[in-house]
Design a protein around this ligand. Sequence first.
Ligand SMILES: Nc1ncnc2c1ncn2[C@@H]1O[C@H](COP(=O)(O)OP(=O)(O)O)[C@@H](O)[C@H]1O
Ligand SMILES: [Mg+2]
Length: 225
Amino acid sequence: MAELVRLQAVGKQYEAAGPPALDGVSVHIAAREAVAIMGPSGSGKSTLLHLIAGLDRPTAGTVEVAGVDLGGLSEKRLAVFRRAHIGIVFQFFHLLDDLTVRDNVLLPARLTGTPGRTARGRAEHLLDELGIATKADAYPARLSGGERQRVAIARALINRPELLLADEPTGAVDARTGAQVTQLLRDLNRDGQTLLLVTHDRALAESCATRVIELSDGRVTGERS
Ligand SMILES: Nc1ncnc2c1ncn2[C@@H]1O[C@H](COP(=O)(O)OP(=O)(O)O)[C@@H](O)[C@H]1O
Ligand SMILES: [Mg+2]
């Protein structure tokens, strides 16, 4: 199966002194997998996700996504690459408050220059599938946590990324909404979306992931299918 993510001996040292946030991490993810990264707070989960997203750079090792060595890209090319290939969902949604739901979802498509008609069609379809079509003209402040996370997922998917990353996507919503988000992510993976989740949430990991990687103090300490 095509390999989508390849981390080789990745290290990340934020500060010269002290232990590294990541140390010798090698992870391979094939297309259509759903991988969950689990581990205690501070174990390096978000750091790992940020490196794969090209939001930050490793201090050792290499990160390849879709066959591209991210270390070889300038900041500008990295941003272009990320918009085209990677969707990201954060714990606290990171929606823009002064844009409507529709315009939040459309933003990444506008940034990549997707023709307006195509983008609007995709946005309508996603909002519909995620059950928030009636909220298209609302502003994020008027939505519940679960609705906001669904908007964030729609925004992450608008450019049809090969890889969807999610950092604690159920971390800031109630249990019932968490279950809905879990179901949604599982359905996306069943339809072929490659997924990498970082989570504390065992229910999320167990129902979504085809593979779980355990991280502890910046190292991979276990892996199970
Ligand atoms: N921007 C940063 N600057 C300095 N240290 C950081 C930064 N981000 C994370 N760290 C440190 O790196 C370690 C791993 O953090 P993180 O990846 O956020 O862990 P997790 O997501 O598993 O809770 C922690 O010790 C954290 O304090
Ligand atoms: Mg984190």
